[in-house]
Design a protein around this ligand. Structure first.
Ligand code: SF4
Length: 327
């Protein structure tokens, strides 16, 4: 790890001013991903701005909105009584993430910005367009079992690793940012970018911008929500496939539904066509199967990850059947 400068910021405005004015700087809170990346050489920064002292760690209910400060820790959010009762998918996604120790350290903002687990990205001996733009993507013809079947490009097929981001995508969350030009709010559906020809650009963050909080609207279906994560081992493992689902039914008819997927897309994956195929229709094995087929219609699987095409449809069927009581 190379030397770097370090400043503890006293306010969000000061943090932004330092980060925006210091070349090749970044923010650090829990540091659970960033410090590993810096130690391994996958990221190199000349300056870290420590934001742990900022007053951005509150979890509050404001009318019909859950407001999660960017410095709230994963464990705090997962165990918050209101989150558990009103947004079970959020709590479940967080509890399915990382280890208890990491959940205690890691902040919500950092969780949303964690980098892909693609082995080539984390191995500085390999080429990787995301780490070294223009170098190549060895995953396309190499080891790609954990990679995306949707949203990829000729330049990158890496998945985003955050379970929380998948749950927030299903719930139409909004990410609030503070930058040198002031504050702005970005719907989470627009926060994560497709790789295209610039896989090194992963989010809509502009230089110096800091995540300050995440707002989650309270909806009639959020209380009836679940997170299903399929992984290779029971703890501290990233998703092979995951589904965040929220459902509101009237009798057997789907009144509203939200679905987002992890492990299959280059960003937390949501496809409005899948929800449209279910909305207003009876929740049956046939309608669920049709929604699954629509989900993978544009899939572009690779040699080692073809199994995800069927696995994600089975995961979707499982979670909807459980939520909707389909036998
Ligand atoms: Fe790099 Fe993306 Fe290819 Fe992985 S999939 S090697 S992150 S460019």
């Amino acid at each position: 790890m190379r030397n770097f400068g370090y400043t503890v910021a006293g306010s969000p405005a000061e943090a932004v001013r330092i980060a925006a004015g210091t070349p090749n700087s970044t923010y650090v809170a829990g540091g659970t991903d960033l410090l590993n990346l810096m130690r391994d050489g996958a990221e190199a920064h000349d300056h870290l701005v420590d934001v742990n002292r900022l007053d951005l760690d509150r979890i509050a209910v404001d009318g019909q909105v859950l407001r999660i400060g960017a410095l709230a820790r994963m464990r705090q959010v997962a165990e918050h009584p209101w989150v558990r009762r009103e947004f079970p998918v959020l709590s479940q996604a967080l509890l399915a993430s990382a280890s208890p120790q990491v959940r205690t350290m890691a902040a919500i903002g950092g969780n949303l910005l964690q980098r892909t687990r693609c082995g080539y990205f984390r191995d500085t001996g390999s080429a990787c367009n995301k780490r070294v733009p223009g170098s190549e993507c060895p995953a396309i013809t190499g080891h790609n079992r954990g990679h995306a079947i949707l949203g990829g490009s000729d330049h990158c097929i890496a998945t985003h690793p955050s379970d929380l981001a998948v749950a927030l995508t299903a719930l139409d969350a909004t990410v609030h940012l503070l930058g040198p030009g002031g504050g702005r709010a970005v719907p989470i559906a627009e926060f994560y970018l497709l790789p295209g020809s610039t896989p090194d650009r992963e989010t809509a963050l502009r230089p110096g911008e800091l995540i300050t909080k995440v707002d989650v609207p309270r909806t009639p279906f959020a209380t009836k929500s679940r997170y299903l994560k399929l992984r290779d081992r029971a703890t501290f493992e990233f998703a092979v496939v995951s589904v965040a689902a929220a459902l509101r039914t009237s009798g057997r008819v789907v009144r509203d539904v939200r679905l987002a997927f992890g492990g299959i897309g280059t960003r937390p994956w949501r496809d409005s066509r899948v929800e449209a195929a279910l909305r207003g229709r009876p929740l049956t094995e046939a309608t669920i199967a049709e929604a699954g087929r629509i989900l993978v219609r544009d899939a572009d699987p690779r040699e080692e990850n073809r199994f995800k095409v069927e696995l994600v449809q089975r995961a979707l069927a499982s979670i909807l059947s459980e939520l909707g009581g389909v036998r």
